[in-house]
Structures are given as structure tokens and as C-alpha cells.
Ligand binder design. Sequence first.
Ligand SMILES: [Zn+2]
Length: 386
Amino acid sequence: MKADHQQTIQDQIAVTEIPAPPFKENERAQYYKGRLEALGLEGVQQDEEGNVYGMLKGSGNGPTLFVSAHLDTVFPEGTDTTVRERDGKLCAPGIGDDGRGLASVLSIVRAFKESGVRPEGDIIFGGTVGEEGLGDLRGVKHFFAEHAEVDGFISIESGSPAGITYKATGSHRYVITYKGPGGHSFGAFGTPNAIHAMGRAIAGIADVKVPAEPKTTFNVGVVEGGTSINSIPADAKMQLDMRSNDEEELLKLEQKVMKIVDQASEDENKRWRSDQMTVQKELVGDRPAATQPDDALIVQTGWAGAQSAGLNPSLGEPSSTDSNYPMSLGIPSLTLRGGGVSTGTHSPEECFDPTDAYLGPQRSYMTILGLVGVRDVSQPLLPQRN
Ligand SMILES: [Zn+2]
């Protein structure tokens, strides 16, 4: 895999230069599918949601593991994704997140093909759509709805190769819209005001108390609405993000906030003895929180995988990745990191330092071998669910 380093970097550049905006990953998906086919995986396909994947067959007696990176980026259509070299670093939006993960998956498949190491379990390798933002994990949700036979999951993201992400931060996101009759600011004074109603809600939300542990947060990130300075606004809209490392705390927070949102509409009506103010709550993001014990078998396997690649493993903070979904289903899941050093993630100034980056795929490869087992060498550590 060390000898494959240059090839992996070339792949990383090639995949990054094909733009993959949210909900528009298809061009990159088609390219990636071609690469998986060329590596000789079986049954390479694109599913209805847009994910691409193919299988490396094992002996038929082991578990099935899904190993993937995400195809989408956070960058809108029209973003220049040409990779430029700066002081030995590679710079382009998405070069690390998740160009590095996608390239790592290809390197891992090549390692299987060229080493002749034969896994006991089946491994499905691929790229998922919709990991970022409002994509809401639609790729991985669809995949697991169709693949009940899969026993474990590894997602590869950008970052230091020694870390193990095994806890998932959940999030619920809403677009909340207040609607009233509107009218002239002077002539129709006394009519409920959509922005005033939303202001009441925001003031209430701002005062909500959340635990520091498990970390639980809220944010009104975008507000919009109104017509002009001298019109009573007929609508006001806000985007609201709530997160927690604990599913129960997330639901508790959501309940509190939704009560405030409804109360604000009622209070605005009461203020003007009206019933014309209404509020709509649209759930636009639902990522479950989930956790696995520190000594879960898959965590220990990730730990041993890092050690066997000569790294000093560490247990990472909870994070929001493709692993959230299978983890919430009770399927052993890890998010591992592709190696190298990524900076400026989710910004147009994203850069990647490729020094010793091969340690990422090496470490993931060793973890995979532990989970699926090696024919005539070791039994799979990952249990079969069915
Ligand atoms: Zn990512």
C-alpha cells in the first residue's frame, strides 16, 4: 500500500476534479463505478438512490462488511474543483472530504487484488450519495434498507489515520414557517405579524437549557421573510439545527423547542385577539444519534488495526457521518480516516498534505482483515447478524 501511494494520490485528484454538489453526485458516481468495475469487483451497480458499489467475494462462510466513502461534497454547482499544488500540498474543495476516503477505498481494493489475500467474509466496496447537509444520509439509509444481509460498516472520511470514530452525533433539522394575513404597517396595524411571532420563538429557543454532557446544541442558522419596511409580513421562515450525542436528549430538546415554536404562534394571536397566525414545521434532517461501548468488538478491531499499522490509536469524539445510520440500527460501525492532513474542510480553501497518507488505507485494510477474517489464517471477528 505504501508502493500504491502515488496511484492513490492520482485517484484522489481525479475524483476531486469531478464536481459532486449535493443531490448532483451522478457524474462522479459514474466515474467511480467505472473504477470499481476496472478493479474487478463483482456485480458493480448503481442503486436507485445513486450509490455505487460492487463485491469482493469471500469464502461464503463469513460475515458481510460494507466499506464506503461518500461521493457528495458540500460545494454548490459551479465551484471550481481543479486541484492545485501549493508547497507540497494539494488544494481544492473536497480534496480531503471525501476525495481522500474515495481514493482510500480504491487503494484497499487494489491491495486485496494484488496481494492475493483472500477474505473469509464478503466485502462490498462503494461510494454513497447524500452524506453532507440536507442529503441527510439518504445514500446509506437506502443501502441498509436494501441490504439486510450486511453485518458491519466502515466509512472512510478524511483525517488522521489513528483515530476511531465509534459514537454518532444525532441531528434534527427543521424549516419553520410562520404565516399570517399580512397588511399595511399603519393601515392594518393590529394584525398578527409573522416576523414578530418568529421573534418570540427565537427568544424562547435562545433561553433553552441543554446539558454540556452529553453535548447537546441548538442553532437558528438562517432567517428570512417579510416584504417591505411598511408591510406587516405575511410570512417568516427559519432554519433550525439541533444536535446531541444522545438520542434521548435530542428528542427531549426537540420536544421543548417545538412547544416554544407553537406557543409563539399562539402568543402572537393572543396579543391581537386573532386566530390568523399559523406555524408549519418541516423536518428536513434526521440523523439518529447512536453509541457503542468503548470496548465493543468493532472498536477493539479498529484499535488493533491501527496498532498493526504502527500507529498509536485513539478513541475519537462523537461525529456525524454515514456511520450514524447503521450504528442506530445496532449494526457494528466505525468511521475511519483516510490519512494525511486535511485543513479547511468544508471551505473553498481546503488543502491536503499527503505526507505518509498511505497509513490511512493501511490501517483501514488491517481493520477490515480483522473483521472479515483471512482464509487459512484468521477467523472473522465480526459476528453474523442473521
Ligand atoms: Zn465527509
